[in-house]
Design a protein around this ligand. Sequence first.
Ligand SMILES: [Fe+2]
Length: 190
Amino acid sequence: MVVDILRQEHRNIEKLLLVLERELDVFARGERPDYEVVHAVIAYFQVYPDVYHHPLEDRVFEKLKVRDSAAAAKIGDLAADHRRGAERLRRVAHAVESVLADQEFLRQTVNDIIRDFIEQERRHMAMEERVFLPAAISALKSADWDEIASRLADQSDPLFSEAVEERFEIVRKYILQLEQEAEAERSTHR
Ligand SMILES: [Fe+2]
């Protein structure tokens, strides 16, 4: 169940990466991307992974270290990977602000920074799907999963409550809706 949640979250993250990638393609063609969409995706990534997704992965990883330290060692420092992702996101936000402020920032640099973020996020999630989650599935005992899941069910913990996840779902839908509108708008002007 916890693994299903993490996999679903990866699919949700990928949907938003696709949105960002589409807007980046617009930018790369020399056109103006929809900055409302771009900002919304950045804002989502500034909050969601650290508040919701990574803490859950960290708990699974802590259990993996106990149950199979060799497998955990192969994965390395998951928390550091997540921090590097947050750092890349800060570069993305800064690059976008620079473009909007008409600062001297090479378009190619902006393009590279955002592509790098998208690519590294995908690579990181692929590693988690291929290495981390399978290792956790084979090493963790059902009591471990129960313990992790019990926190999910604990409504008194605001971070892991379903209500919070529902709110994120609303935000995701809103962003996807904005993106559809941006795409529709662009196709009428082509
Ligand atoms: Fe993840």
